[in-house]
Design a protein around this ligand. Structure first.
Ligand code: Q46
Ligand code: ZN
Ligand code: ZN
Length: 308
C-alpha cells in the first residue's frame, strides 16, 4: 500500500476514506482534518481559551497535542479520580499526563478528588451506594461538575474532550436503543454554553479510534494503554464491538451512522421539549452551578459540601 500523496510506503489505510498515507502525511492529515472540523462545527476560534480534559489516554493527549500544534491556546485539566484497580490506574495516568505537559512546557491544572473532597471516586460511590458496585455514575457526575468549575473559575471559553467516533457512535447506539430523547438532542460535536455551564466541544468526534491511536503512536506520545478497571463489562464496550462488526462488513458504517444522525438532527428530527429547555433553571446555593431542582446540586449533596 502506497501513500496517496507521495507514493512512499503507507503506514495506515483508511478504507472508509479510500485513503492510505505515509507517516509524514498522516501526521499532517490529522491536524488538518481537526482544523476542518473545528471550523465546520464552529467549535472555537484562536482568540478563545480552550481547556482540554486529559485523562492520560491516547485520545485526550493526542487532542491536546494537535490543538497546540494548530496554535490554539489550549491548557490541560487532569482530574485524579483516585482509582487504583490493582495497577495504580490513576497514579500512572496522572504521571503520564504531567510528563506530557512538562516535556512541552504546557499548562496543566490538576484536581485531586480525594485531596480536595476527602474521598476518592470509589469511596464516594461506596458510601452513597450508587451505581450497583460501579462508581461510573458518581464518576461522570463529579467529572462534569469539576470540568465546569475549573473552566468557569479560570475563565476558559470552552471545554474540549477527546471523544472519538467509536465513543460517539457507541453512545448514539445506546441512546437510540432507549430512544433517550433528552440525551439524543444534546449529543453532537458542540454543546453550546448555557448559564453557568461552559461550551463543550469534541474536535475528534469524526476520527475512528484506530486513527487517534495511530496518531498518538506515530507522534511518540506516551499514554496509558490500560482502560479504567471499571470500564470492564460496560455496555458501551459491547456496543463498540457490535459496531466494529458492522464496520468490518461495510467500511464507513460508523461514520455514516453518526453523520446521518447529525444531519437528521439539523433537519429537525428531534425537538427540544419544554421540560428539557427548563431543566437547569435553578442555581446551587453552594457551588453556583445550574441544577434541576431548588437546593444543592447533585454534586454538592454527593460530596457533602457544607452549605454556605
Ligand atoms: S466513568 Fe467509570 Fe470511566 Fe470513571 S469509573 Fe472509570 S470507567 S473513568 S469514562
Ligand atoms: Zn506520503
Ligand atoms: Zn452545587
Amino acid at each position: 500500500m502506497r501513500c496517496r500523496k507521495c507514493g512512499q510506503k503507507a503506514v495506515i489505510n483508511m478504507r472508509q476514506h479510500k485513503l492510505a498515507l505515509c507517516k509524514e502525511h498522516y501526521l499532517e492529515w490529522i491536524p488538518q482534518q481537526t482544523q476542518r472540523f473545528i471550523e465546520k462545527y464552529h467549535m472555537f476560534t484562536s482568540d478563545e481559551r480552550v481547556l482540554v480534559a486529559v485523562s492520560g489516554g491516547k485520545d485526550s493527549l493526542a487532542l491536546w497535542d494537535v490543538l497546540v500544534r494548530l496554535g490554539y491556546q489550549a491548557d490541560g485539566l487532569y482530574i485524579d479520580l483516585g482509582i487504583d484497580g490493582g495497577f495504580g490506574y490513576s497514579s500512572e495516568s496522572h504521571a503520564l499526563t504531567v510528563a506530557f505537559a512538562e516535556a512541552r512546557g504546557l499548562t496543566l491544572h490538576v484536581v485531586d478528588i480525594a485531596g480536595d473532597y476527602g474521598e476518592s471516586i470509589p469511596e464516594i460511590a461506596r458510601r452513597t451506594r450508587r451505581g450497583k458496585g460501579k462508581p461510573c455514575s458518581v464518576c461522570g457526575l463529579v467529572k462534569r461538575h469539576e470540568m465546569n468549575r475549573i473552566a468557569r473559575d479560570l475563565g476558559y471559553d470552552v471545554l474540549a474532550t477527546g471523544h472519538n467516533l467509536d465513543d460517539e457512535a457507541a453512545t448514539l447506539f445506546g441512546n437510540t436503543m432507549q430512544w433517550a430523547g433528552g440525551y439524543l438532542i444534546r449529543q453532537g460535536p458542540v454543546l453550546p454554553a448555557s448559564p453557568g455551564l461552559a461550551r463543550k466541544v469534541k474536535p475528534f468526534c469524526r476520527f475512528y479510534e484506530r486513527e487517534t491511536a495511530a496518531y498518538a503512536l506515530l507522534r511518540g506520545i506516551e499514554y496509558i494503554y490500560e482502560e479504567c478497571p471499571f470500564s470492564v463489562g460496560a455496555k458501551s464496550i459491547h456496543y463498540k464491538e457490535l459496531l466494529n462488526q458492522l464496520e468490518k462488513d461495510s467500511p464507513g458504517a460508523k461514520l455514516h451512522f453518526y453523520l446521518g444522525f447529525l444531519k437528521a438532527k439539523k433537519e429537525g428530527l428531534f425537538v427540544e421539549t419544554k421540560e428539557e429547555a427548563v431543566a437547569l433553571l435553578h442555581t446551587c446555593p453552594t457551588c453556583g452551578q445550574p441544577t434541576s431542582a431548588p437546593g444543592q446540586c447533585a454534586f454538592c449533596r454527593l460530596v457533602k459540601v457544607e452549605a454556605v
